[in-house]
Write a protein that binds this ligand. Sequence first.
Ligand SMILES: Cc1ncc(C[n+]2csc(CCOP(=O)(O)OP(=O)(O)O)c2C)c(N)n1
Length: 282
Amino acid sequence: MKRILDRISGPGDLKGLSLRELQLLAPEIRELIVDTVSKTGGHIASSLGAVEIAIALHYVFDTPRDKLIWDVGHQAYAHKILTGRKDRFHTLRQLGGISGFTKPSESPYDTVVSGHSSTSISAGLGMAVARDLRGEDYKVVCVIGDGSMTAGIAFEGLNQAGHLDKDIIVVLNDNEMSISRNVGALSTFLSRKITGRFATKVKNEIESFVESIPRIGRGLASIVKKAEDSLITFLTPGMLFEGLGFHYIGPIDGHDIGELIDTLKDSSHLKGPVLIHALTKK
Ligand SMILES: Cc1ncc(C[n+]2csc(CCOP(=O)(O)OP(=O)(O)O)c2C)c(N)n1
């Protein structure tokens, strides 16, 4: 049977696929990554964990006009496969072959020379500032792991993005792993998502109860919703990012392509910096 992947020579080919086809494409990409990396070596787990994120980003955004910045660049194999490098992917990390990291001289879809962790937010913010100075209107999206997020330079980027209030989207790819299990205070803080998920469930239940009250339900629901949003922000990692001037969205399932697509589309209409907290498995 012909693979869906055989029909993809660039991100434009994704746009005509149904959600079901996008979902079926993910294991095909994973198979190519496993087949290749078993021969060449490479960052297999990080890339396997970011396949749906790569599909959703290239489906929603108009790359390479919109700029994608992959932090470290070690998780970008699906991005490479989707952006015209599928047939050369077997040369991964070989002399004269495809680089294991993003590399602008290799493809217009690669925006930065990478390898060094934690730099994507600063790099993306620089692009957003340049875009606004030139009066251009493309989107800038940075994908950063929870491990890379613990470095100082990532916080310099968040700090400055919140301060300048630039339109920039950060996807936090949280698999609770750095090279090994992630450690430290930030990691503990991000694990508030358990509470966050519970809080979101309770919130949805309260909202549908309040809305079901005849006559007063709708008016009351909007007041209750505001109070609940503050509570959710307080209970989730959102508190940290909202405090830095970001809209926080999440936590969402980073392997659910439909949820990723809806969230990315919604966030692309928001003004100012946005952080999408996506939970994945490495
Ligand atoms: C400055 C710097 N320090 C250390 C490394 C080694 N390194 C490679 S990937 C990585 C972090 C990986 O964790 P995460 O960002 O969560 O990505 P994941 O692989 O889990 O998706 C680190 C520390 C590096 N590339 N650059």
